[in-house]
Design a protein around this ligand. Structure first.
Ligand code: ATP
Ligand code: MG
Length: 370
């Protein structure tokens, strides 16, 4: 297999998916590669009660009801819309669902203000049209159309960022389940094969930009993904991503558990402060999501690997945290400064451990950036 910077889930977990498919004897909807229970198990990991001969690791962390509702939706007539704050794992869950159900998570359309109807239907290969005229051969199907033809899942990222024309085109795809190609005289309808469905994601902070029409809303089941605030679950996610990161970069570096605790604690403190804030100036611009936490840790790990002594230190973690979260100067820096003096300093006095080094590292970075 060729090297990839980031393999899609169906490639990364190919061996595991093959194995699950081989032991799965339950009924499967349409042309699904796995039964609904196996899809859930692939995503949430196995438990002893499942009685499998091998352990399947958890890949997405969150309430199982979200995963179950998503799976049920995909077997129904409606599309699935995963909606939530930035960095809550919506795209990752969409990828895992598509990988488990149809082994193809890469038929993706990215919603932007510039997304057009062509991006979700089809366009033309102009030089072929000139040479041979318009035909099915000179047509370039969109990822969504390809998903329809193959009876697999098409993904639409950031649905709410696209304009209402695009959203309207999606309504007809989701209700009629075919796309007509008026430019052609015959063979001019592409029908969706059984198994076709759409997983869209939307960022709740973007809502209002292009609010979904009620006609489109009716064609989707909404699954709202909350920010993970459960510390244990969050620690699991961060650990899972860290192991993966180290493997991807082939880094052998020790990440002391006490430092993970400090990272989690800092984010919990900063979120509490954001909740208590009365104006936006008192809130960090960052949503303080789990994904952001992973970003802070990734920075710190790479920094230690490149410039440090291959052990993650509290000072490096602090400086990566400040560096990542101080986006607006002076507002964000002032908030972090207040946090460092009001919370980290007392913790460092009372708890000791790695906190004093964390305190110093953060103070220095705040000074440098101010
Ligand atoms: N609940 C979770 N379980 C596992 N990984 C998670 C979870 N939440 C976040 N992550 C990790 O955080 C990273 C960002 O998640 P993802 O891109 O899926 O977020 P998103 O909700 O789509 O954000 P955005 O709205 O900004 O697109 C991913 O690498 C993902 O693995
Ligand atoms: Mg996303």
């Amino acid at each position: 297999m060729t090297e990839m910077l980031r393999a899609p889930a169906e490639v990364k977990y190919a061996e595991e998916l093959d194995w699950l498919e081989s032991v799965d004897d339950s009924p499967k909807p349409f042309s699904w590669r796995l039964s609904p229970k196996m899809v859930r198990l692939f995503i949430l990991g196995s438990e002893r009660a499942d009685g499998l001969d091998r352990e399947i690791g958890q890949k997405w962390y969150g309430d199982r009801s979200f995963v179950e509702r998503s799976i049920v939706t995909l077997a129904s007539d409606r599309g699935l819309l995963l909606i939530g704050d930035p960095g809550t794992g919506k795209s990752w869950l969409a990828e895992l669902l598509a990988a488990a159900i149809c082994r193809n998570s890469t038929l993706v359309v990215q919603g932007t203000a510039g997304t057009t109807e062509d991006h979700i239907k089809y366009s033309w290969n102009v030089s072929m049209v000139i040479a041979r005229g318009q035909s099915r051969e000179s047509m370039i199907p969109s990822p969504i159309m390809t998903a329809m033809e193959k009876g697999v899942i098409g993904r639409f990222e950031e649905l709410t960022r696209s304009t209402s024309d695009v959203q309207d085109a999606l309504i007809s795809i989701l209700s009629e389940k075919y796309v007509s190609i008026p430019e052609l005289d015959d063979d001019n309808i592409v029908y969706a094969q059984p198994g076709f469905s759409i997983i869209a994601t939307a960022n709740s902070r973007d809502r209002g930009v292009n609010d979904l029409s009620s006609a489109l809303k009716r064609r989707f089941n909404f699954v709202r993904i909350p920010v993970v605030t459960n510390k244990k679950a969050e620690a699991e996610i961060v650990r899972f991503r860290t192991v993966e990161l180290l493997r991807r970069h082939q880094i052998e570096l020790e990440v002391p558990p006490t430092l993970l605790d400090i990272l989690l604690q800092s984010f919990a403190d900063l979120r509490a402060a954001a909740d208590a804030a009365t104006s936006d100036d008192e809130k960090l611009e960052s949503a303080l999501s789990t994904a952001e936490q992973i970003g802070v840790l990734e920075d710190a790990i790479l920094h230690s690997q490149f410039f440090g002594d291959r052990t993650l230190r509290a000072g490096t973690l602090a400086s990566s945290l400040v560096g990542s979260l101080a986006r607006r100067s002076p507002e964000d820096l002032a908030i972090l400064n207040k946090y460092w003096h009001g919370v980290v300093e007392p913790r460092s006095k009372n708890d000791g451990g790695e906190w004093p080094e964390f305190l110093d590292g953060g103070k220095q970075t705040i000074d440098t950036l101010s």
